[in-house]
Design a protein around this ligand. Structure first.
Ligand code: ZN
Length: 152
């Protein structure tokens, strides 16, 4: 049995260590990077619920002037709102709301629009403000931290 974090042979019983959403079998030393699971999850007492896992944070953003981009591209193609709606399997009212800026497309819809209209609607957040992505507060070890530990 080897520790899933440092790869050293585990003397004695491995520790079940919970890191983010994965449970790893680790040596005693590495168990401090996560929560030690002493009981099976179903009998575990409810710990204060964590909000969203951080990997769900969006790394992609819709361009601010999406409404103009969509309308201009549609008009360039000579399509009515209905034409465009049909092509992306949406209602014409969705196009109206998109073009008036009343509705921001989600990533899925934006991807469809990008493909159909040959435009760019999605930008990666890292490209513009990478400093915001740096965790300012350490909220316990993450898989990323463990990757760093492994490399050292
Ligand atoms: Zn270890």
């Amino acid at each position: 049995m080897r520790c899933e974090i440092c790869g050293k042979k585990i003397m004695g019983k491995p520790m079940k260590t919970k890191i983010e959403s994965s449970t790893m079998l680790t040596c005693n030393e590495c168990s401090k990077f996560g929560k030690i699971q002493r009981e099976p999850p179903k009998s575990r007492k409810r710990s204060p619920a964590r909000k969203k896992p951080r990997f769900e944070e969006p790394s992609q953003e819709i361009l601010e002037d999406y409404s103009q981009v969509i309308r201009q591209a549609r008009e360039k193609n000579g399509w009515s709102r209905e034409d465009l709606a049909e092509r992306i399997y949406e209602k014409a009212s969705v196009i109206t709301r998109l073009e008036s800026g009343k509705m921001m497309p989600d990533i899925k819809l934006a991807r469809k629009l990008e493909r159909i209209l040959n435009i760019k609607l999605i930008e990666k957040i890292e490209d513009i403000k990478s400093e915001d992505l740096e965790p300012s507060v350490q909220r316990g070890a993450t898989i990323g931290d463990i990757a760093r530990i492994k490399r050292n």
